[in-house]
Design a protein around this ligand. Structure first.
Ligand code: AN7
Length: 357
């Protein structure tokens, strides 16, 4: 039987909205078109039964995070421009994505990582996809400074979100949200680290509104981790800390554009504590069957906070962006569990006893 459907990546699907031409070589791993899944239990559990809550499952992209949306474009353009090598600083997901797309394109990929603060799965990915992995004795912000300097001195193309193609690719997530809902949501809740993704979504929603694809655009509610909340505090954080290592960033590169997205949309950028992040992270698993990484749960943690203090009304449509896959960080899942994993005798009687059957 001949198939009438083939997998197309974002560049093919949204070509008219992206800075590509027929001459751009398309490097794709089948990214995008991720599920938008409506919550079954959390609204009732929280006491807001009229809340229309949806999760954008970005962890289902080919390398397990939203970074693939920007990377397909950044790497395709790097190839078009004749690059031979790319480089990024990363809290983990950017490095995994850059490594995968660079390998597919036949480019060399260098990644600078904050030593000791990258989730195991992400590190494994970067290594497995064949990147040159350099852990540094410094945090993400230092790594990004070093990347900028190296790019001035050597022929490497930066594929962090300071590369303009990254956010252009990432804006496609907003297109998908509008297409799946048949309208724009009233609110978008999203984790904020380097603050690129919130800008990208805002660009996408604004464009679809301008084009008449949606009659409105959502209020953008971004959430930093409390120990890394530079935008909320109005100053860079020298030693950022949080359980959400993906957003352990003290000097966001897209700070100013993120503030514009916040203000133009009538939204807010707020912070959530590690406890709030972990509570939301667990709730997604136990109430919805969704395993995202801790940083991603900042979106739900922030929504809960804003529902509680009335800054988001309960009779509304909200999309929480779940930016990365929980499988990337099994350590955190295991560290926080209270489940007793002591082995039991392989006998029916012993099983019945511990299972309460
Ligand atoms: C799962 O990989 O910065 O606010 O170097 O991996 O656009 O930075 C990751 C960021 C949210 C924050 N959720 O997005 C990196 C990196 C996850 C992430 C963010 C990241 P931005």
């Amino acid at each position: 039987m001949q198939s009438t459907r083939k997998t197309v990546g974002l560049i093919e699907k949204y070509r008219q909205h992206l800075p590509v031409t027929a001459a751009t070589p398309v490097v794709t791993l089948g990214e995008g078109n991720t599920p938008l899944v409506q919550a079954a239990n959390i609204p009732k559990l929280l006491g807001y039964p009229s809340l229309q809550l949806h999760f954008k499952l970005e962890g289902l992209n080919p390398t397990g995070s939203f970074k693939d949306r920007g990377m397909t474009l950044a790497i395709s353009k790097a190839v078009e421009d004749g690059a031979k090598a790319v480089i990024c600083a990363s809290t983990g997901n950017t490095s995994a994505s850059a490594a995968a797309f660079a390998t597919k394109a036949g480019l060399k990929c260098y990644v600078l990582l904050p030593h000791g603060y990258v989730a195991l799965g992400k590190l494994a990915q970067a290594i497995h996809y064949g990147a040159i992995v350099v852990p540094i004795l410094g945090n993400f912000d230092r790594a990004l400074d070093l990347v900028r300097e190296l790019a001035e001195q050597t022929p490497v193309t930066v594929v962090n979100s300071i590369n303009p193609y990254r956010l252009e690719g990432q804006k496609t997530a907003a297109f998908e949200v509008v297409e799946h809902l048949d309208r724009a949501p009233d609110y978008l809740c999203i984790p904020v680290g380097n603050a690129g993704n919130i800008c990208a979504y805002w660009r996408g929603f604004k464009l679809y509104k301008e084009l008449g694809m949606a009659s409105s655009a959502p209020r953008m509610h971004g959430f930093e981790a409390e120990g890394s909340a530079a935008i909320v505090q109005g100053k860079p954080i020298k030693n950022p800390e949080t359980i959400g290592t993906a957003i352990r960033i003290g000097n966001p590169a897209s700070w100013k554009e993120a503030e514009r997205a916040r203000d133009e949309s009538g939204g807010q950028i707020d912070s959530v504590t590690d406890d709030e992040i972990l509570k939301a992270y667990k709730m997604l698993g136990t109430a919805e069957g969704i395993f995202c990484e801790p940083s991603s749960a900042a979106s739900l943690a922030g929504l809960i906070k804003h529902l509680e203090n009335g800054t988001i009304p309960q009779n509304t449509t909200v999309v929480c962006v779940l930016t990365g896959n929980g499988l990337k960080d099994p350590d955190t899942a295991q560290k926080i569990t209270t489940v007793d994993l002591t082995p039991v005798d392989a006998e029916i009687a012993a099983l019945k006893k511990v299972m309460g059957l």
